[in-house]
Write a protein of this length. Structure first.
Length: 146
């Protein structure tokens, strides 16, 4: 029974991370933290960009939760694992597939192409505003119609 609860907590955390990431992206990254996030909307001149500090921060928080939760195998461990799972999904979808930081991932899958189209539209604007489509895994229906 505990195993199912722990797996459920991981899956719930992954789902919550999509919503939290959307809200942070829209209201913080395209708001007061634009001075950091704008590096992601500009041409990259190296492998890393200042915007990667956000991923490092999420990873540090997840590792901290895993560390303090591993002693008693409590909810913090499973939430930390859920954040880490989302971080890996983010890396694969966003950095590898959408932005091609590694040139090994091509697909014509309808869902993946919709995510790619929505993200490309998001990056069409090099400014803080206007911008649309702030999610990673959930995008508007209009991107599936093409």
């Amino acid at each position: 029974m505990h195993l199912l609860i722990n797996i459920g907590l991981i899956l719930l955390t992954v789902s919550c991370m999509e919503f939290l990431s959307w809200a942070m992206h829209k209201y913080l990254f395209h708001g007061p933290l634009w001075f950091i996030h704008k590096t992601h909307h500009q041409e990259r001149h190296g492998w890393l960009e200042l915007n990667d500090i956000f991923s490092i921060g999420f990873a540090a928080f997840a590792l901290w939760l895993i560390w303090i939760g591993h002693y008693s195998l409590d909810y913090r461990l499973w939430i930390g694992i859920g954040i880490s799972v989302y971080g890996n999904i983010y890396f694969i979808f966003h950095d590898w597939f959408i932005h091609n930081r590694f040139k090994a991932f091509k697909s014509t899958n309808r869902y993946l192409m919709a995510i790619r189209r929505a993200h490309k539209i998001h990056h069409k604007s090099m400014e803080k505003h206007p911008a649309e489509e702030f999610g990673l895994l959930v995008v508007g229906r209009k991107w599936f119609r093409r």
